[in-house]
Ligand binder design. Structure first.
Ligand code: HEC
Length: 146
């Protein structure tokens, strides 16, 4: 049994559940392009549709209309919990606050978010938290890290 990867149960559950109900995230319009448009809301789903789904796709699978124009693959955000055996809130948050972005492909959200909320730190923080919670809701397997 030692050779069995620790994540195997997660993977099996993930495969079994992948037919499950998908998020009600609104379908994004391809004309939104890279998704930098201003949004007067802190709702996670609204923000995700406006800013993230152009690349990551409406259900997070990396199949947004802009993805094919990038030189690097867009990761599937709906399987982060399966891959990591938990949904690591801080890992995702670090991408939204631009602290842990590897390449140049993903926009630097820290600046975009600060501009969008006119440096209102309270609303900006709420937006980041709600965005990460929305990404959590897209998981094909719900496993909490906290
Ligand atoms: C222009 C396309 C694009 C947009 C728009 C975009 N991303 Fe990304 N994202 C990427 C690419 C490409 C990567 C992989 C390279 C990297 O990590 O920088 C990535 C990586 C990520 C990761 C790490 C995934 C992993 O496998 O661990 C997260 C989390 C993420 N994005 C969340 C978001 C969120 C939330 C938004 C909206 C606020 C967003 N992204 C908008 C292209 C995009």
């Amino acid at each position: 049994m030692r050779a069995v990867p620790r994540c195997l149960p997660c993977v099996v559950v993930g495969v079994v559940l992948s037919w499950g109900p998908v998020s009600a995230a609104a379908q994004d319009s391809p004309s939104i392009g890279w998704g930098h448009r201003p949004v007067n809301s802190v709702d996670g789903q609204v923000l995700y549709s406006a800013w993230c789904s152009s690349c990551h796709g409406p259900t997070g699978r990396g199949d947004g209309p802009a993805a094919e124009h990038l030189s690097v693959p867009v990761p599937d955000l709906s399987t982060i919990a399966v891959r990591d055996c938990k949904f690591n809130f801080f890992h995702v948050q670090a991408h939204v606050t631009s602290e842990r972005v590897r390449g140049e492909a993903m926009p630097r959200w820290r600046d975009i978010i600060a501009r969008n909320y006119r440096n209102d730190e309270g609303r900006a923080r709420m937006a980041v938290t709600n965005l990460v919670k929305h990404v959590e809701s897209l998981q094909v397997v719900q496993v909490r890290s906290r």
